[in-house]
Structure formats: C-alpha cells, structure tokens
Design a protein around this ligand. Sequence first.
Ligand code: 0RA
Length: 622
Amino acid sequence: MTDYTAEQIEVLDDMEAIRKRPGMYIGGVGVRGLHHLLWEIVDNSIDEALAGYCDLIKVIIHKDGSASVEDNGRGIPTEMHELGRPALEVVMTKLHAGGKFDRKVYRVSGGLHGVGLSVVNALSEWLEVWVKRNGKIYYQKYERSKPITKLKIVGETQEHGTIVRFKPDEEIFETTEFNYDIVAQRLRELAYLNKGLKIILIDERINRYTEFYSEEGIVGYVKRLNRNKNVLHDVIYFSKIKNGLQIEVAIQFTDSDVETVYPFANNIHTIEGGTHVVGFRAGLTRALNEFGRKNIKKFTSLSGIDVREGLTALVSVKVPEPQFEGQTKTKLTNSEVKTAVESTVYYEMLSWLEQHPSEANRIIEKCLMSKRAREAARKARELVKRRNEISVTLPGKLADCSSRNPEEREMFIVEGESAGGSAKQARDRRFQAILPIRGKIINVEKSGMIKALKNEEIKSIIATIGAGIGKEFDITKSRYKRIIIMTDADVDGAHIRTLLLTFFYRYMKPLIENGYLYIAQPPLYRVKKGRKTYYVYSENELQNLLERLGNAEVQRYKGLGEMNPEQLWETTMNPNNRILNQVTIEDAIKAENLFKVLMGDDVEARRQFIMEHSREVRNLDI
Ligand code: 0RA
C-alpha cells in the first residue's frame, strides 16, 4: 500500500475531475475538443514567441495517432517547484499550476483556452515531454496523467525548447483522428497573427510537409483574403499599445459587395465578435464621416453598412485579462477594449485618409455608392411591391400570339417601328408574339431601378412577360417559354442588345439561368447566283460560299428593315431555318465576369463581352 500524501491526493483529484468532465475544460469530446488538446500546447509555444523567446514551432501528426509540438522557447522549467517536485511535473499534473514559474504574457485565460498542459495530460493515453534547458535534455513520460518515469536527464545540448508528444485517449474522445485541414488552417492563421514566427506542419500519415510564415503579418493575411478581388488601395496598417492592451489593425477596401472582418483576441478567432469589433466599426465609420464632411463636396453621412460593403479587415487585440462569452466562448466582452479600439481606429484611420487623399476619395466614393444602391434598392422594393398589387395591363403595341400553351409561346423583342411592322406581318401569329421597342432603352445599371421602372420600354417588357421583377420575379408566371431579342446586325443593334441583356441579367436573372432568353441571328448577306438565293450569317460562310459559286451578286443586310416580311420569316423567325443563340450563364466564374463587365463603367468592355458571349453560345435550331 502506498501512503498518499495530501499533495498526491490533490493531484489525483485534479486529474480525475478533468477525466470526469472533459467538456468543462475543452468544450466537448468531439472533433473540436480533440483539436483543443493540440491548441493548448501550441498556445503555450506561442506564448514563448510573444515573450520573444521562440521563433519556430513544429507540429507533427504521427502515424500512430499521436501529435507532437516542438518549439525553441525557454523550455518548461525543470527546477524544483514550491511543492517539492520539479516545476515541469507540477505543470503537467496540476490544474492552473502557476506560482513561481507563471509567465507574465498575454495568457488566454477566459474561455476554453489556457486551461493548462495538465488537461492535455489528463486526457491523453500517454504523454512524453522533452525539455532542452540549462545545457541538458530532460525527459518524462506519463500515462493517463500519472508519471511513469521520473524527470530524468537524457542528454546534453546547447539548445533550448520544449517537445510535447501525446496520444489522445480513446476512452475519452469520440474520435481521436486529427484533421489535417483544421490543423493547417489554424496554424496558417497563427503564422499571420504572429509575424516572423515560422510554423512547420508535418503530417506523417500522408507524408505532407508545410511551412507557414509571414513577414508581413496581418497585412499579408488581408492581402491573401483579397487575392481574387479588385482592391482600391494598398493595405492600411496600424498598431498601438494602450494601457497594456495591444491593438493591431489591417484594412483594405475592395469593389466587391461583401464584408470580411476577421477579429482576433489573444490569437483566438472570435467568430462571435465582441467589444473589439464594435469599437472597430464605430471608429471606422466615424473616421470616414469626419473625413467626408471636411473634404468631400455634397457629402451625406454614411451608416456602418455603407462603410463596410467591400471591406476586408483584420482586427487583432491582445488583452491582459480577456473575458469570453457566447456559445463557443469566442465573444470578447471586456468593455475597456471597445473604447480603446474605437479611438485608435478613429484617430489612425483619419490621419491615414488625410495623408492619402486620392485613395481616400476612392474609398468615400465607394461608400457613397453603397449608400445610394441601398437606398435605391429599398425604394425599388417598395415600388415593386406596389406594382405587383396593381394589375399589369399589356402594352398596346404588343402583338400577342393566340396559343394558350405556354410551352410553345415565344416573344420577339424587336427594335424599331419598321422592323416591328415587318415582324408582325412575318410571324406565325399562333405562337409568336411581337413587342416592338423604340430607340435605345435606358441603361438600367447606371440609372438604377427607380428610373428603369419609369421607362416606357422597360415597363412594357415587364408587363408583357408578366412574371414580376427583381426578388419578386417568378419564372413560373412567365407568359412565354422563349424570349427572343431581335436587333439589327450592326453596332447599334449590339448596343441595344447589351442594354436589354443588362436589364435581364439584373432584374430577371432566372430567365437567363433557365434558358428562356435568346438572341436572334439575322443574316448578314444575301447572295444571288442565277435563280438561287443564299442567306449568309457570317463572314466565314460568305468566303466559303463565294469560293464555291464564283462570281455572284452579294447584298449586305444592314438592318432588319431591309428585309421584306417573307425574307424575315425565312431567315430569322421560321423555327425550321433560323439560328437562335441561347443566352446562357455557363458557370459561376463566367457569371461573375459577366456581371462585372455588364455592370461596370467600361462601355467598350461591356460591348466587347456581349459580342463574344453571343458568339460563344451554342447555335440552336429549334
Ligand atoms: C512556464 C514558465 C516558463 C515557460 C513555460 C512554462 C513554457 C511552457 C511551454 C509549453 C510548451 N512550450 C513551452 N515553453 C515554455 C518560463 C520559464 C523561464 O522563466 O525560464
């Protein structure tokens, strides 16, 4: 029988308490809890880095399911502790062991982090530790938190640092398999948050070696987050220390419409936000409003939402005594952090804006645009709602078709009175409707939804299709299965096509997504040889035909109006002969491109894109 000293009983109590209620210490025994063991050790190594003693951390996931963390910090103290045992043993077997060897750094005390190495030890089948310190290598092994060796010297070295290797206990965890992606993601994050720190990840199960390192720190992180976006300026960076509270911020605006703000408190990704985020937002909005009021003509004050559209930012605070709340214990609640972050961000941001007037203008312009878009969208939503309540009457100039079978009904949007007249004569009135539109329709992107909805041509298109618009658009209500844009084969025709496509893309997108929208392709030439007539749709075709025929009479069609109704029917409207280009959005990437080009200010790029896009689409003979 062993006589337990009071001390030993206490230790056993601690370890038993942890094994009984692991959730209390690591949040659960699932995947998240399992990885928590690893983060506990890594956090300790990071603390050494924060204290300036460590610049390399190596994490290995071993084939046997264990993991090890090595750092080149000071090494866990091996000297005798107050309790008459080596400090290392105390650290490994007592909850919140501190005392003489406590480190005065930004320890992560609240929440689930910083619970201590003893928790890792308690929840491991076995744990080994090597410490390089005082010219020696120390070693000790534990099984389910009990030392099975004494702390012993196993070698000599001039290096310093700690290696902890542990095997999560299968009796405790639902799963004991470390996930490469979870580990890699967090280590990458830590490398960005701690510039100059190199973190190596080796997964021996799959022979994978990865290094994470950032010379630029959080600036590099923001760059990475924005790597596929159009940025408005170089990353703005500042850092401040206020009453022991360290604040670090990186900001970059983009032309996208999403907000990406990553907040961290003591290296913990505070996904539930908290006082640092509240302070950041308030300071940023205040700085932009202050700058705008002083420097921008016709400035109207911005709300937080306007400011944050297209914003990418990383806010990292190091708080001496952090308090965390929330479901995942990732919401920072220290109230002093809000005021400190707000005033720092306000002051630093304002002075940056003043020193970078042209970038500042760009940013403010973006914010004002977000504001206008938001207001327009709200007004438009109200208008659409009202409009949907009023019964929509079909426009007088529409020549509708007689078929009630929605599967065969089609509608031609035809530019110009004369072409409209020809088309009305040429059509098969049973299933083909004609809607003539006049001149150039309004550019919906530039004018916004309000003006667009007041435009007669747009109104007639909406009423004719009869399925609403915008968020309220309901494709099942569409009165036609095919909507065919029929314009001249010249530059003006292409322009009108562009405007119509912009309109459809913006306000009736499902029409495109479901393949309801087409572009008619009238012939470019009529070629006569003797008594035979050929219609030619491309330059290439013309070359080939002329080579075959020898000399022939070539007539170029400049517009639909140059064709008589029979010709128009035969060449462009008759389902047996015509070529229809279905407008498709092939995949997400193209769609985004389309969106950008369609929405942008660059008229030429837009025109170019539409030309290419309609050439690219499949030729369909329906
Ligand atoms: C307590 C005190 C000191 C360092 C550490 C713990 C320490 C813990 C871990 C865990 C993994 N790596 C670690 N590195 C250091 C300070 C020791 C001193 O003052 O010399």
